[in-house]
Design a protein around this ligand. Structure first.
Ligand SMILES: [Zn+2]
Ligand SMILES: [Zn+2]
Length: 136
């Protein structure tokens, strides 16, 4: 692999770059897979080799499967579980349809949210909007 900080080739098992001394988890200047410079630090994939940049999951950012499931089951019609997980567009659809149809859409949105909530609880859906895996 390549150091994400200095772009030098390093041992696949190295935890610290022998060239610049930075942890191999750190840095976003070079592609870990091919060593190409990364022009956009927010890019999701390498424009050179196409590999996905895996962002380390911050444990405090990790969303809970149980919370997502319960929010979906009880408040799914308002899209609260999708707000929680970062699926803002889907959440807004559920919220606005529930509110703006004078109650006609609310039962449908509630069923939609209920099904999504169950899917989170049984693990059929298991990532948030950023692709981070949900905690148990
Ligand atoms: Zn380095
Ligand atoms: Zn690459």
């Amino acid at each position: 692999m390549y150091c994400k900080n200095c772009g030098q080739q390093i041992d696949d098992l190295a935890v610290v770059c022998v060239h610049c001394g930075v942890s191999t988890d750190m840095g976003n200047k070079f592609c870990k897979n091919c060593g190409a410079p990364v022009s956009d630090p927010n890019a999701a994939i390498c424009t050179n080799c196409g590999c996905a940049f895996v962002k380390p999951v911050n444990p405090t950012d990790q969303k809970s499967k149980l919370v997502a499931g319960l929010l979906g089951i009880f408040l799914g019609g308002l899209g609260i579980h999708n707000f929680y997980l970062g699926f803002t567009k889907r959440a807004l659809v559920q919220l606005l349809v529930s509110l703006l149809t004078c109650g006609f859409g609310a039962p449908i949105m509630q069923i939609w949210g209920l099904i999504e909530g169950i899917f989170y609880l049984i693990g059929k859906y298991n990532v948030d909007a950023n692709g981070n895996p949900l905690s148990e």
